[in-house]
Design a binder for this molecule. Structure first.
Ligand SMILES: [Zn+2]
Length: 275
């Protein structure tokens, strides 16, 4: 009887230690424009600065820091065995360069006849963006790939654009140089929320939902190979590089957001594998 009891006791310990693994793996970088992906088997809930994060059924969660984020951020994770883990991130203010560009004046002051079209396009984009965040599963669980074959960056994330001599918008993406017709790939699995043709500023472009509020957009394409609501895989060919919309030469503008937070795509693209 005594022996049986012992065996049972040992079994219980092994069993418990398997289920209640307290390990949380983190991927990414805590900095302005950075993103962190967390994964653990035993997570009940998590909060960033007391705001709840979504934990998907595989134990994935994600949080990020906007381009202009700074200061202290606290991540609190509650495990299923009620243990609480705390992590503090100190985000330093990040400085960004200026980039001077000369573009066609029609993209700075659009002609009157285009205003209705632009307003309509803004509405369509907003409707597509509103769907992002509804998907409560991390489709990015296999990590990320670069959206182009040869990596040559001509526009960094976050720079202050000076268009035709005047301060204009912030550059919220990364520009990859390329030739018209070069392949463009989905950076990770997702669902196409918008495959849009001939928009005034974005040209032909694709918006992909990766779950838990993460999205990526691919602008100025010459060709689009996907349609709305289509599922895509990491590395799948989705379009070709072009120079449609507000663009001065063939290139891919890749933009990443976590809900409304402006994320530096380069911090994601270094996460090539998630285990
Ligand atoms: Zn760009």
């Amino acid at each position: 009887m005594k022996l049986v009891y012992k065996i049972y006791f040992i079994f219980l310990i092994l069993f418990n230690s398997k289920i209640f693994s307290q390990e949380i793996k983190f991927y990414g970088e805590a900095k302005a424009g950075g993103i962190i992906i967390g994964k653990g088997e035993n997570i009940k809930a998590a909060w960033l600065n007391n705001k709840p994060l979504v934990i998907d059924k595989y134990g994935f969660f994600i949080f990020g820091f906007d381009r202009d984020a700074k200061g202290k951020y606290q991540l609190m994770v509650k495990l299923k065995d009620k243990k609480i883990l705390k992590y503090v991130y100190e985000i330093k203010k990040r400085e960004y360069d200026e980039q001077k560009l000369l573009i066609n004046q029609k993209f700075i002051t659009p002609p009157k006849k285009e205003l209705r079209r632009i307003r309509n396009e803004i509405k369509i984009i907003k409707e597509a963006k509103n769907k992002i965040g509804q998907l409560k599963t991390a489709l990015f669980s296999k990590g990320f790939v670069y959206p182009v074959d040869s990596i040559r960056i001509t526009g960094n994330f976050g720079v202050q654009r000076i268009l035709n001599g005047r301060p204009a918008n912030i550059h919220n993406g990364v520009d990859f140089a390329g030739n018209e017709g070069d392949s463009v790939y989905a950076i990770t699995d997702g669902i196409v929320r918008l495959a849009a043709e001939d928009f005034y500023y974005n040209g032909n472009f694709i918006l992909i939902d990766h779950g838990l509020g993460l999205s990526s957009a691919y602008l100025h394409l010459s060709k689009i190979f996907v349609e709305n609501n289509q599922k895509v895989k990491k590395g799948e060919l989705i379009g070709l590089i072009g120079s449609t919309g507000r663009s001065t030469a063939p290139h891919l503008h890749l933009e990443v957001r976590l809900y409304n937070k402006r994320i530096d795509p380069m911090t994601l693209l270094t996460i090539q594998q998630i285990e």
